[in-house]
Ligand binder design. Sequence first.
Ligand code: ADP
Ligand code: ASP
Ligand code: MG
Length: 468
Amino acid sequence: MKIIVMKFGGTSIGTGENIRNVANIVRNSSKKGDKVVVVVSALAGVTNQLIHEAEELTKGKEGRIQEFVKELTEKHLQTIDIAIENKKLKEETKHSAKKIIEELEKILIGICYVGELTLKTKDQVLSFGERLAALIVSATLRDYNLESQYFTGKEAGIVTDSKFGEANPLMNFTTHQVIERIKPLLKKNVVPVITGFIVANQDGVLTTLGRGGSDYTATILGVALDVDEVWIWTDVDGIMTSDPKIILDAKTLTGLSYGEAAEMAIFGAKAMHPRALEPVIKKHIPVRIRNVFNPKNHGTLISEGAKVESKEVVKAIALITDVSMINIRGAGMVGAPGSYAKIFRILGKNNINVMMVSTAVSEANISIIIRNNQLERAMSTLEIALLGRDLANKITSEDDVCVIAAMGANMKGSLGVASRIFSAVAKKKINIHMIAQGSSELNISFVVKERDGPIAVSAIHEEFNLNK
Ligand code: ADP
Ligand code: ASP
Ligand code: MG
């Protein structure tokens, strides 16, 4: 008998049929005698829709709300129709889903009238995707004759600080509460279904763990309950040498050390939340990434002893899209202490996250990579603060770029890696706009035009024989 936390991402529960597939996976494990704690994300695409809607409503378009609520209701009711066979259970679940969406509607109207979306309110809005998903998945498990009960992350006992949008778990208190609330259910063979991503601070106010945060919920619960394994179920065979949706012959990495996997998550392999491994590393709890559509495959095992079996130094390549590059030029920055600090302070104050930086020793220009959706704000604040004040005389931006990161623990101290990467890209006649290598030497990141991204990734993938 094993205790396993199983997290199902939005890609695993996009439709009613897929939710039945998930229920089947959980039932099979239960039949074997394993105790399963289920963590779910919002149905595929729902979190993005909620963000988009909330942001549009700050412009005061109340008329939109009805249409949006109608679409969201239809989507979830249709899913319930297919996922649940038992008539009574189906109707009860539909009723509960409608009640949850009514609550969301009130918050949306509020945003519309206030015309402002704080991080705290945004977390409230985002919570509805996971709340609806947990309701439906738990009911589907009951349709499969399993006993199940659903909880929000808060009800399960996860407590965080108050950093809305990107909260940090307070592990001691969380562990105490999760043991008290969830462990007794496992003893009674009840399958708890817990919302990923959404949690709460000490005052009980809703917080979220950052985009992709359901992975983090799974590992937090795994550590709190001291489980045997955490399984992250998704729609690909595991962590791969590159995004299989871009590089068709990408290979699954069967074993990764915690360090290697964290490195890949941090540098943009979307398969996992960058901080999700923090809790399990200390407790040595193995994490497995598996494919719900191919459960025979054992996926990627992330554990203390595992590591990538490869002679090559580059082991994986990530492509990060939806980013923009800002170039700041000005002779005023040369030999002027504090000029870079000023730039970063302005960006930081405006909640703009800097993903990558590169400067030349001439000090006359600095290039910065940020998320696309922050470009407008970044440009206007930088222009107001810098132009006409002797520091910078030109600020330009490009919103059609992407970042490529080549990763591998053995890159450290290994000669000629950069030249192999850049020759492979140059052979495809692709121009590189910016380069950065941190002092960890575990990755090299560079920027190319968005249209060139997949070709550049593919060229490096081939150069380092990652498809073999
Ligand atoms: P989920 O809904 O299961 O959390 P995500 O969309 O967050 O799914 O992450 C899974 C997706 O990550 C895959 O469908 C794949 O396209 C993408 N991905 C990007 N890089 C990698 C990689 N190196 N290995 C595996 N998947 C990757
Ligand atoms: N639904 C959330 C998101 O899309 C959390 C997750 O998927 O893990 O970011
Ligand atoms: Mg994810």
